[in-house]
Write a protein of this length. Structure first.
Length: 196
């Protein structure tokens, strides 16, 4: 699309439709990831709410298209759980769903600090250097402060976020989450986080 070219009405409608399909696909992936299995009977109505809540033939078509696209891309697969046909994430689908979840993550700051430090410690080998760099970027983006080369501190509860990060990068053994009552020489950290 060149500069100055106006979109036709058909192109605008197509763009909006593709945006909605993208939102439904994203929400479907995250939903399947959250529950582990999404029954077919549940999948369509929930995703249709994103399309405006109306169960029109066009919206049902969107949902079928989204599921077909996710299957074709290898992000979900059909499976049977307790006699019910449904969908579950593939390994690639889980990676993408976790990535979507991480984009939305915000750590809630409680009204009052409980006096505990949350530490994230990592020992990630060189062969996983991209994951190590991504972990640093994510932790810094969430507001963690590096207290040593591979030790990050944060004052508020965030175990669920760290679990999500560990799952995204398959770093269950390489990353540890600790909650500690005492952290030596933490006055500078208290100042950094505005806890004084």
């Amino acid at each position: 699309m060149g500069m100055g070219k106006r979109l036709s009405l058909r192109e605008v409608r197509g763009f909006k439709r593709n945006q909605r399909i993208g939102q439904v696909a994203r929400t479907t992936l995250v939903a399947v990831g959250a529950v582990g299995f999404l029954a077919m009977a549940i999948a369509a109505p929930n995703a249709l709410q994103i399309l405006g809540g109306q169960k029109s033939r066009q919206n049902k078509w969107y949902m079928r298209k989204v599921l077909t696209d996710l299957l074709a891309k290898g992000l979900i697969k059909k499976s049977i759980n307790k006699g019910r046909e449904g969908y579950e994430l593939t390994e690639n689908g889980e990676t993408l769903a976790t990535s979507y979840e991480l984009q939305e993550v915000k750590i809630r700051k409680p009204w009052q600090w409980d006096g505990k430090w949350r530490l994230v410690m990592s020992d990630i080998p060189e062969r996983l250097k991209p994951a190590r760099e991504e972990l640093r970027v994510i932790l810094a983006g969430l507001g963690f402060i590096a207290v040593q080369k591979s030790v990050w501190a944060f004052p508020y509860p965030c175990a669920d976020v760290i679990t999500l990060i560990k799952r995204k990068f398959s770093l269950n053994r390489e990353v540890l989450y600790l909650e500690v009552d005492i952290l030596e020489n933490d006055l500078w950290l208290r100042r950094e986080f505005g806890l004084d």
